[in-house]
Design a protein around this ligand. Structure first.
Ligand code: ADP
Ligand code: MG
Length: 245
């Protein structure tokens, strides 16, 4: 039985003149509903590629992606747009808010493209921004802006939330507030896939770790296994870089 989300032998190749880059090279893993999956690995490992393929922002060169039984890797055109709007919430490293719209208006704008939006002010309250709804992005800290971006994604009532390095652009003192929002989403049972370098957070909150390197899954399992007892030398080397930091 395939999981709620199932990637099956997914590959993505880029042709750069004579050179073929295998950004994803036979990626297979399953995610159950309500799971919090952390995707870790060095830069260039293919983490963003995998997230973009699952989020319908990119298409696989080969392989299958199933979401709740539907083969989304076959979707093109309108179906793919609908999938992106109805099923997936995406949070990026850079929050990309409209500078001339307030926090509330930014969230409301996104809601206009989906069928079953939530209440924008309620979602902003959920991420702790009830006092900041009428502020413009320039009046908000980086952490607050990223929480608006999370609210914007949540307001579309997605089934799956994807985060690609959501705290990498933040000043250190603002990382915690964004991680806390993600932690509470996880507790509420949201299905989440998160690319992050916040290893302590990953270990603490996730129930499933996928370690990627050079387009393949090097190791996968529960955090206590992957972080506590890594089997592969690549995983050990990668984790050691964070311990010494
Ligand atoms: P990560 O997110 O783990 O840093 P990426 O998924 O962004 O890795 O990239 C994986 C590999 O694919 C890298 O070698 C990257 O340079 C290459 N790549 C990603 N996107 C493109 C693209 N549009 N064209 C060519 N190569 C790309
Ligand atoms: Mg990336």
């Amino acid at each position: 039985m395939a999981g709620y989300v199932s990637l099956q032998d997914v590959t993505k190749t880029y042709q750069m003149g004579e050179i073929t880059i295998k950004a994803a090279d036979g990626i297979s893993f399953d995610v159950e509903k309500g799971e919090f999956v952390i995707v870790v690995g060095p830069s260039g490992a293919g983490k963003t590629t995998v997230l973009n393929i699952l989020g319908g922002m990119d298409t696989a060169t080969s392989g299958k992606v199933l979401v709740d039984g539907a083969e989304i890797s076959k979707y093109r055109g309108k179906k793919l747009i609908q999938y992106r709007r109805e099923d997936i919430g995406f949070v990026f490293q850079f929050y990309n808010l409209m500078q001339n719209l307030t926090a509330l208006e930014n969230v409301e704008l996104a809601m206009q493209i989906c069928k079953h939006p939530l209440d924008a002010s309620e979602v902003l309250e959920e991420v702790g921004l009830e006092e900041r709804m009428n502020n413009f992005p320039a009046q908000l800290s980086g952490g607050e802006q990223q929480r608006v971006a999370i609210a914007r994604a949540l307001a579309m009532s997605p089934d799956i939330m994807l985060f690609d390095e959501p705290t990498s652009a933040l000043d250190p003192e603002m990382v915690g507030e964004v991680l806390n929002v993600m932690r509470s989403l996880a507790r509420e049972g949201m299905t989440m896939l998160v690319v992050t370098h916040e290893m302590a957070f990953a270990r603490d909150v996730s129930n499933h770790v996928v370690f990627m390197s050079q387009g393949v899954i090097c190791e996968e399992g529960v955090p206590s296994e992957v972080f506590g007892n890594p089997q592969k030398q690549e995983t050990k080397d990668f984790l050691a870089r964070f311990r010494s930091a």
